[in-house]
Write a protein that binds this ligand. Structure first.
Ligand code: ATP
Length: 328
């Protein structure tokens, strides 16, 4: 491949997710394979502004494919939101001979990349890395599959104790704007009810459903609640409401929190990260910019960053139906 691109920067930005290291590894090794230099940019855009760079070769990324978090660290950079901050970043990149970058992160990180490209015509490619799976243009984001497995593991354990005491558990999972984790992990863990931000079934329906479930002989119940669910009550308010309206239930709450972001990535996330990392480098070398690499029907595809940022990742209504049927 002959290309104008000679030195590619790679950074992780926004919230971390399992699989980011595997993606860094793939970018670094694809650069080596295609004979271009690669530079790790630490602490997201903040490291770009501060010139926190390190040359990366294939051996610098050994033994990280199985590690959660990100060896490059991540950050949220308020300075990159300013013109002055982005100018400093541009000066540092050009001084270091970096002529393009791959950013692994969510839609905020892609917005930063797009604005930077607009201002400096700097080639950029995004890799979707977030456990929420809330990015348009890919069926899976990096870390989502691992997070699902972490959540079902946790719910399996909670069910053991729920069963032993005839308890109702509200389990809050991550997903402020998207119910992908709640819906999929809820089905996978056999939840009785799943509350997601995309649907507002109302509290009466929840009470009705729990009553039906009790009448049908169930001795414990798990309700999976996405942190941004639209009933508009947080998980502790839900507990209070059910205790008031169904005094026969012994209600408990478990907020899974940040443990959902950690851990060794699943095989699926490692393979996805490897595919997306290689494609990101190849796309830059082909002279393209402003795309997100993603997965669609098991093929690696390109989506313009602008669409990835603005588009809505929809939940699958078939899953809502399946959940209703299998939880009865
Ligand atoms: P997550 O899904 O975990 O929230 P994210 O990539 O969406 O990941 P953000 O904090 O929204 O996380 O964005 C990461 C960084 O991208 C910000 O800290 C900022 O440096 C940069 N960024 C976001 N929006 C903009 C913007 N409008 N202009 C310039 N930079 C931005």
């Amino acid at each position: 491949m002959t290309s104008k691109i000679k030195k590619i920067g790679v950074l992780t930005s926004g919230g971390d997710s399992p699989g980011m290291n595997a993606a860094i590894r793939a970018v670094v090794r694809a650069c080596a394979y295609y004979n271009v230099e690669c530079v790790g940019i630490y602490r997201g855009y903040q490291g770009m502004i501060e010139g926190d760079f390190k040359d990366m070769g294939p051996r610098d990324v050994k033994n990280i494919i199985n590690k959660g978090g990100t060896i490059l660290k991540s950050a949220r950079s308020a300075d990159f939101r300013t013109k002055e901050g982005r100018k400093l970043a541009y000066d540092n990149l050009t001084a270091a001979g970096i002529d393009s970058f791959v950013v692994i992160g969510g839609d905020g990180s892609f917005t930063g990349a797009e604005i930077f490209n607009e201002e400096y015509k700097f080639p950029v490619i995004g890799i979707p890395g977030t456990i929420d799976n809330d990015i348009y243009g890919t069926s899976h984001t990096l870390g989502y599959d691992t997070a699902l497995n972490t959540v079902i593991d946790a719910i399996d354990k909670i069910r053991d104790t729920a069963n032993s005491h005839n308890r109702l558990f509200f389990v809050e999972v991550m997903g402020r704007d998207a119910g992908h984790i709640a819906l999929n992990a809820g089905i996978g863990a056999g939840a009785e009810e799943i509350l997601i931000p995309e649907e507002d079934f109302g509290l009466e329906r929840l009470v009705e459903s729990l009553k039906r479930s009790k009448d049908s002989g169930k001795t414990s119940s798990i309700v999976v609640v996405s942190e941004g669910d639209k009933i508009g009550k947080n998980v502790f308010e839900l507990k209070d409401y059910i205790e008031e309206n169904m005094p026969e239930y012994d209600v408990r709450v478990s907020v899974l929190g940040h443990m959902q972001r950690g851990g060794s990535p699943s095989c699926f996330d490692r393979v996805l990260a490897s595919r997306l990392g290689v494609k990101a480098v190849e796309t830059l070398l082909e002279g393209k910019s402003n795309f997100m690499v993603g997965l669609n029907q098991d093929k690696v595809t390109l989506t313009p960053l602008e669409q990835a940022i603005k588009g809505q990742s929809e939940i699958d209504m078939e899953l809502v139906k399946v959940s209703d049927i299998v939880s009865s």
